[in-house]
Design a protein around this ligand. Structure first.
Ligand code: FMN
Length: 309
């Protein structure tokens, strides 16, 4: 049986963002894609979202920056990255030869920083889209502060929209009063698609040392622990906006991914699962194909939002 798993993530954008299938990697959990080239055939994926990229290189937060929790992981990496110039110089030239689209995740402490990064990426061969991270819980300035407020979120979205013609995904934080309001505001401001969710602010305490376990005190919780929370938010947002929604949060298996798709997500991102199973994104894709075969589904579009009807 042949399946049509393709998804258009930016139907209103001149360039478009056509994915061969709905399985993407989540920013910060798959490096620049190059790190996984020898683990499995990454060209089979729908898209790769690279590490968060800022205007200048960042060293990130003090160690320790990763703690395991019940059914999840807390991280406080703090957007450690090589900076946009090095991404363009060292990574984009590699991506140019790939058939899998690469989406660059961008972040900043000010609107101007987001705009400059987006402007530099515009027209660079090998880059198919950008994902605007207004949801990082691990940085002092910017990050989730932008995503928590619909006016600020719309401001960043519009400024990035004006700086590039690349398809623009905007990634939302669950740490806001009304995520639907934020989602509608960023769509109004020009987002082609919405990704959700980023990790959820949390902490752990080292009781022998009598201090917070993470060097940054708090971090972002991800993994299976946040899946039901993410799923409910995807369900809500997908019912409120017309643009494609990309679901993320605790996806470790094909059935997790199908839940997000049935909630209304057009595509999904696999994040922390890759730490325990580096092939997780490919396993999720193959599992979706098996499910479709078993259920006699020939087109992915038949099940997008199926649980909403
Ligand atoms: C170690 C680590 C680093 C991350 N770095 C980023 C990042 O740079 N930008 C971003 O938007 N999200 C980042 N995230 C969040 C993930 O992309 C994803 O939204 C979140 O982990 C929830 O998905 P998951 O439960 O499948 O991991 C990071 C997550 C982890 C665990």
């Amino acid at each position: 049986m042949s399946f049509d798993l393709s998804v258009q993530l930016a139907p209103e954008n001149k360039r478009g963002l056509l994915l061969a299938n709905p399985v993407m990697t989540a920013s910060g959990t798959f490096g620049y894609g190059t790190e996984y080239r020898d683990v499995f055939d990454i060209q089979k994926l729908g898209a790769i979202v690279c590490k968060g990229t800022t205007l200048y290189p960042r060293e990130g937060n003090p160690q320790p920056r990763l703690v395991e929790t019940a059914s999840g992981v807390l991280n406080s990496i703090g957007l450690q990255n090589i900076g946009v110039e090095a991404v363009i110089r060292e990574k984009a030239s590699i991506w140019t030869g790939w058939q899998v689209p690469v989406i660059v995740s961008i972040a900043g402490e000010t609107v101007d920083e987001y705009t400059q990064v987006a402007g530099k990426l515009d027209g660079v061969a090998g880059i198919s889209g950008i994902e605007v991270n207004i949801s990082c819980p691990n940085v002092r300035a910017g990050g989730a502060a932008f995503g928590a407020n619909s006016e600020l979120a719309a401001g960043v979205t519009a400024a990035v929209r004006a700086a590039t013609s690349l398809p623009e995904l905007v990634k939302l934080t669950p740490s806001t009063g009304d995520i639907v309001e934020v989602a509608k505001a960023v769509v109004e401001a020009g987002a082609d698609a919405i990704s959700l969710i980023n990790s959820v602010r949390g902490m752990a305490i080292d009781i022998t040392g009598r201090r917070p376990t993470l060097g940054n005190v708090t971090g972002g919780l991800s993994g299976p622990a946040i899946k039901p929370l993410a799923l409910a938010l995807v369900y809500e947002v997908a019912g409120a906006v017309k643009v494609p929604v990309v679901g993320c949060g605790g996806i470790t298996s094909a059935s997790d991914a199908i839940e997000f798709i049935m909630a209304g997500a057009s595509a999904v991102q696999v994040g922390s699962a890759t730490f325990t199973n580096p092939r997780a994104p490919l396993d999720v894709l193959e599992g979706i194909e098996q499910f479709m075969e078993k259920e006699g589904i020939s087109k992915l579009s038949e099940i997008i939002g199926a649980a909403r009807r």
